[in-house]
Design a protein around this ligand. Structure first.
Ligand code: ZN
Ligand code: ZN
Length: 330
């Protein structure tokens, strides 16, 4: 089955958030099957970790969907990362351990410190945790830094879209940093997050978790363990604007690739990318897209697509719907 969710969500427990955790869950339930609450970890004045955790525990009792407890950590290589673990694995202690020792805002800076942090997490939490590098374009992160960080098995996910339509070229572009990582054999996946702070309806400029961007995961059931597994193995795709559902993306034979997509909006272009470049583009698209094509031997294949410009829901102007299928490895 496919489920949708969002791992990048701020609540009132950090200074620039607005809603209690329960209300975020209530309002985003129609868009999300799971959530992570990830307040800015800027102690002590900016983030109330205990309150966030207490609200998450309460919300878990009230709502029957997985709600991860985490935080946006100030990583020594600028700027924000999120560590995800499941409730049974010292979820609260993880942030408590990291923030006092590795917060960039306390002058713990640079690649060396980042590697120390990742080594610490790996030693203490092993394969029970993974890290997302958020908005690699705010500020632009050096590809060499990402390549170094990717040597840690903890780093699994790189963000593409965060907060409204902020799209990271590092992740989106063919031949960008993400492709560099994939070409060097690092199995990193891409995700989109709402970076929800305050909704348009409440005077902010965000949409609810899942309302505009979605991570869509293929799971056996909607559980913490299955969600965790889908993220670390890349069994998911991400999108902005509800472009598609239930894609088929698989090897159909030796050096053959099958792609079957059902679109929910008018499409503009689809690119098949391998080894850092577009190997085929498709422009003449209808509601259904289906190809079974021979492909050259490559180390990985990924697919991205953009839809025709659409009107924004809450304000003037338009946006470009997009999706990214996570790589297949040959
Ligand atoms: Zn951030
Ligand atoms: Zn954020």
């Amino acid at each position: 089955m496919w489920i949708k969710g969002d791992l990048h969500v701020h609540s009132r427990c950090c200074k620039d958030g607005s809603l209690p955790v329960a209300e975020i869950v209530e309002r985003s339930r129609e868009y999300c099957d799971f959530l992570a609450i990830s307040g800015h970890c800027r102690y002590p004045e900016f983030f109330r970790a205990e309150q966030q955790y207490a609200e998450v525990l309460e919300a878990r009792k009230k709502y029957d969907i997985p709600i991860f407890n985490t935080g946006e950590v100030e990583f020594p290589v600028p700027r924000h990362v999120i560590f995800i673990t499941t409730p049974g694995n010292r979820e609260f202690e993880l942030l408590q351990a990291l923030v006092p020792c590795f917060c960039r805002r306390n002058k713990v800076e640079g690649l060396g410190a980042a590697m120390e942090e990742l080594a610490f997490v790996e030693k203490e939490w092993g394969d029970k945790v993974f890290m997302i590098f958020n908005h690699p374009n705010a500020p632009d992160v050096a590809t060499e830094d990402l390549l170094a960080i990717a040597r840690s098995p903890v780093f699994k996910v790189l963000a593409c879209v965060d907060r409204r339509e902020r799209r990271a070229p590092q992740t989106w572009d063919a031949g960008g940093a993400w492709d560099e990582l994939l070409m060097r054999g690092h199995r990193i996946s891409a995700r989109c997050g709402s970076d929800f702070h305050r909704h348009f309806a409440d005077g902010g400029d965000d949409q609810y978790p899942g309302e505009f961007v979605q991570d869509c995961l293929e799971v056996a059931e909607n559980s913490y363990d299955e969600i965790f597994k889908a993220y670390v193995t890349g069994r998911f795709f991400c999108q902005a604007g509800n472009v598609l559902s239930s894609p088929v993306f698989t090897f159909s034979g030796e050096n053959r690739l099958r792609i079957e997509l059902n679109f929910q909006c008018e499409m503009e272009r689809i690119d098949l990318i391998s080894d850092g470049r577009i190997i085929e583009s498709f422009n003449d698209l209808s509601e259904k897209f289906c190809v079974d094509i021979p492909v050259p031997k490559g180390r990985y294949y990924r697919v991205r697509g953009v839809g025709k410009m659409q009107k924004r829901k809450y304000e003037e102007g338009s946006f470009e719907p997009l999706f990214l299928l996570n790589p297949l490895y040959s």
